[in-house]
Ligand binder design. Structure first.
Ligand SMILES: [Zn+2]
Length: 144
């Protein structure tokens, strides 16, 4: 499945080692900056396969149905879960899909106050949802 040659792999790993070796140690330990994950995807026929859909959901700790519905609505495309993958029933550019993922994370994952991803969603009924931050305790209502 992989397109990388061994040579590329080795060089990549070596350069990563160098980068880490040269990084200054963070003063406050873990997760200073949350990095939004990216979908690994490929198109086949008229479909787009998000290979790491489950992995992304695990990373941002959000329900896969929520993200699936969001993408389906935002990209106006039917979707289909297939194991760990999500299939979009149309060919869609990777940049567009990943931009939607960024929007999703900004809206449904990252705390508006402290910018940390340590949050969960609470349903208040009547379609009202709040994003509750476990780091700073902020509550923000989620629209839509
Ligand atoms: Zn917070």
């Amino acid at each position: 499945m992989t397109n990388m040659t061994n040579t590329t792999d080795e060089t990549y790993e070596q350069s990563l080692d160098n980068i880490y070796a040269n990084l200054p140690k963070q003063a406050h330990g873990t997760g200073e900056r949350f990095e939004i994950p990216k979908f690994e995807l490929f198109a086949e026929g008229n479909k787009t396969f998000l290979k790491n859909f489950q992995v992304v959901c695990d990373k941002i700790r959000r329900d896969k149905t929520l993200l699936m519905k969001y993408l389906s609505k935002e990209l106006a495309v039917p979707t289909d879960l297939q194991g760990e993958r999500l299939i979009l029933q149309r060919k869609i550019n990777a940049d567009i899909v990943n931009k939607k993922l960024e929007d999703f994370v900004t809206r449904y994952v990252v705390c508006k106050e402290c910018k940390k991803p340590d949050t969960h969603i609470q349903e208040l009924g009547h379609g009202i949802k709040q994003l509750i931050c476990e780091a700073c305790g902020a509550r923000n209502s989620i629209r839509g």
